[in-house]
Structures are given as C-alpha cells and as structure tokens.
Design a protein around this ligand. Structure first.
Ligand SMILES: Nc1ncnc2c1ncn2[C@@H]1O[C@H](COP(=O)(O)OP(=O)(O)OP(=O)(O)O)[C@@H](O)[C@H]1O
Ligand SMILES: O=C(O)[C@@H](O)C(=O)CO
Length: 409
C-alpha cells in the first residue's frame, strides 16, 4: 500500500483524485481520524490529510511523523509527501523539515522533488517552477499572505529549509527514459533531487525511474505516473440525491470567477463581515435559513467576497479570516443537520480545513473527478453519508459550481 502525507485538506483530495485516475483504490483519513473498521481493506493507497502547511515547523514535523507511523501500522510500504504544486513554504519550512524527518525515519537515501502539475499549469523546467508559463516568483503567489513565493528555482527554495543537499536533473535526461533518469538520480550528490517535468509523459518517466524508492515527494502530478492495480479505482456511490450548494472562503482569482459564473443563474449571498464579527452565530443561522429557502433545484452559493476589493484582513481591528471560516463552518453544521441537503462544495484550502474539522469528519471516500485535482467524496456527517467536494483556490473551470452536480446524478 502507498501511504501519502498531505500538508492540507484540498491537497489531500487533489492527490487522491490523481491516484484514483491512475487506478488506485484510495481513501483520505482526516488528521488523526480513525478509518471505519474494514475501510482499509482492499485499499491501494491511503492519504492522511494534515493542516501542516500553516502550522509551526515543529508541529508540522510531529504531525507528519505521527502520520507516517500510522500509515506504516496500516501496512503502507511506500510513501509520498504531498505539498503544493506552487511549493508553498518559507525559508523555515515546512517542506524541508518534514522531508528531512520522514526520510530519516525511513532511512531513504534519495527523494525526488516533483511539484509539477501540468494539468493545472504548474511545470518545472531547468529546475525553475512556472505557473502557466510565468516564473513562480512573478505569479500571484508572490503576494500570498502566509507563504509569499519570491524565488522560482527549487534548489533555492528547498535549500534553506533542509540540512541535506539538493541536486537537479534537467529535462533532456528525463526524455532519455526511466533507466537513464534512474542512473542520473542515483549519481546526484544531494539527498533531494529536483526533476524537470513539463507534461504528463515526463511524470510517467519519473514515476518509472523511482519505482524502487521508498519515499517520493511532490505535488499531485507524480501520482498520475504511479500505476495502481485497479482499472477505474474503488467503487463509489453518491449519497441519495438531495439539495446542494457552495460554501466559498477562497478569494483566489479562479474562485471569484467561479462565483461570478454561478451568480448568472444561481442565488448568491455574501457574508456581511462586520455583522459576522458582532454575532457570528446569528449570521450563520440566517444564511443557512436563506440557503434552505431557495428553490430546491437551485445551487445557493455563500461567499465572503465577490471581488478583490471585498478582501480586508482587518475589519474594525478584528482579523476577518477566522471569523469567516467560523461562519462558513457553522453554516455547514446547520446544513448537514437538515436531511434535505446532501452535498456541498467547499472552496479554499483553509476554509475546507475549518469546515471538515468543524463537521468532525474522520475520513473521505473518493469519488468522481470534477476537474484536475478536484473530486466528489463522501463522508459521514452527522451520522449519514454526505457528499463533499473540497476545491483548491485556483483549481477548476469557471463553470465548476454549476456543472459539478452532473456527476452526482
Ligand atoms: N472578504 C474577505 N476578507 C478577508 N479574508 C477573507 C475574505 N474572504 C475570505 N477570506 C479568508 O481568506 C482565506 C482564503 O484561504 P483559503 O485557503 O480558504 O482559500 P485559497 O487561498 O483561495 O485556497 P487554496 O489555499 O486552496 O489555494 C480564508 O481564511 C478566508 O476566511
Ligand atoms: O498542489 C496543489 O496545487 C494543491 O493540491 C494544493 O495543495 C493547494 O492548496
């Protein structure tokens, strides 16, 4: 079995989507959640979803080692550390410290570093990470509030985070095929080897070259090359079809475009942040009641911003992000308590983390793909099966909030 340690919740469903596509029966376990008895039987891959990207280095390492030990106790023999395809981290971590600790514990001599996810425009060429053809340092990630990415060369990003050497292997070697690439990785000086990949074929070659490695690392793209035994992944059944809607804490460009697209045909409400700071419970209850009052065949969307101008870190001196996460979580609690509602899309990594934690979800069964890195999953919410799609900020086509429901039919 393959064991994956993912540093955020949307990243966990991202890699689970790719593993399902490459023929694995896969489930996601949330943090220290316990998979239901029998859940692990017959799985080829288990992802443990952590929130370690936004924690301290020490907490991230401790949670990752704990996840590694649990995966081993469940029978995992190969491991994959999943981080963001835009390498979200700082000079302190958390990618390097987590890789160091996991590699030490496994006695791994080599570990490839492959953030590439060509399906979503993330590529690595000559050791530099690009987002839709633009160097990472010139993309919107330069202005990320927690992990501003001001460099693009992966040796320069990972180097300061680890006590080990970081080498590079460029694309001409990748294109020579798995045997030549394997030899180049073996001959590299550093423990970590950044490998170029600009398309899925490159990822397949890398996956074949490292088939004997006990530890690999990357975004979700490399998982596409790891061929699983199954044809179409695990059997998955959606919950009985009920009402669905969208809870949106992400303010990424893609998510704002998805909200704008949905607003053309569906009811949309924006959280009044000032009112939410004053009385979050009342705002959540009112928005949940509004959601339930919409036409049963509509897809209500609750969001916290319609444009960049709506984003204010501080409102009346109060940090708005935790208040918004709390309100969206409470709306999810109200909606999952209503038997008429059976499915929610939650947009944003931090937002998904808050909502999934708030619903007390222990594990996710992975279902059909909605877009590269986005899938439907089912979870036990309030004692019944419920469908959830956790969407990374920049993933999905603009019509995702409207088109996603076809897959639940
Ligand atoms: N109007 C707003 N003003 C300030 N903060 C906001 C506003 N709307 C949302 N937020 C906060 O912004 C953060 C968005 O982070 P989140 O990780 O959920 O989305 P994202 O960064 O777009 O997604 P991803 O991490 O998957 O790329 C959340 O903490 C949310 O509460
Ligand atoms: O790798 C990605 O880009 C995503 O899975 C992610 O981690 C976004 O938070």
């Amino acid at each position: 079995m393959l064991g994956i340690i993912a540093d955020d919740f949307t990243g966990a469903t991202d890699i689970a989507t790719m593993l399902r596509r490459s023929g694995h029966r896969v489930a996601v376990v949330i943090e220290d959640g316990t998979p239901a008895a029998g859940d692990l039987a017959g799985l080829d891959a288990v992802v443990i979803a952590l929130k370690s990207r936004s924690e301290t280095k020490e907490a991230a390492v401790a949670a990752s080692l704990d996840a590694l030990r649990r995966l081993r106790s469940w029978g995992a023999a190969r491991f994959y550390v999943k981080y963001c395809s835009t390498f979200d981290s700082t000079a302190q971590g958390n990618i390097g410290p987590v890789l160091d600790a996991v590699a030490d514990e496994l006695g791994a001599q080599r570990c490839v570093v492959v953030p590439s996810l060509p399906a979503n425009g993330r590529t690595v060429y000559n050791g530099h990470l690009f987002v839709n053809g633009v160097l990472l340092e010139n993309s919107s990630m330069r202005h990320h509030p927690l992990t501003p990415m001001t460099r693009s060369r992966l040796t320069e990003l990972l180097g300061p985070q680890t006590t080990h050497g970081v080498s590079e292997v460029f694309r001409p070697v990748v294109r020579q095929g798995p045997a030549e690439l394997r030899a180049a990785i073996d001959a590299a000086e550093g423990r970590y080897v950044v490998v170029d990949a600009i398309d899925d074929e490159d990822l397949g070659i890398i996956a074949a070259a490292v088939s004997e490695h006990v530890l690999v690392s990357g975004g979700s793209g490399l998982a596409l090359g790891l061929t699983g035994p199954g044809g179409s992944g695990a059997a998955w059944a959606p919950p009985q079809r009920g009402r669905g809607g969208v809870l949106c804490g992400s303010v990424s460009t893609t998510t704002l475009a998805q909200v704008a697209h949905a607003a053309r045909t569906q009811p949309v409400r924006q959280i009044d942040i000032r009112a939410a700071i004053a009385d979050p419970g009342a705002v959540a209850a009112e928005l949940a009641a509004w959601f339930l009052a919409q036409a049963p065949d509509s897809t209500p969307v609750v969001c916290a911003a319609r444009s960049r101008e709506d984003v204010h870190t501080l409102v009346d001196g109060v940090e708005s992000a935790p208040v918004i996460e709390h309100v969206l979580t409470q709306i999810a609690v109200h909606l999952t308590a209503d038997p008429a509602v059976s499915a929610l899309i939650v947009a944003g990594g931090e937002t998904s983390g808050a909502v999934v934690r708030g619903l007390g979800i222990q594990s996710l069964q992975i279902g059909p793909e909605l877009a590269p890195g986005v899938c439907w999953s089912t979870a036990d919410a309030g004692g019944r099966p419920f469908a959830l799609a956790l969407k990374s900020g920049n993933f999905g086509e603009h019509d995702l909030f409207v088109s996603a429901w076809e897959h639940l039919a």
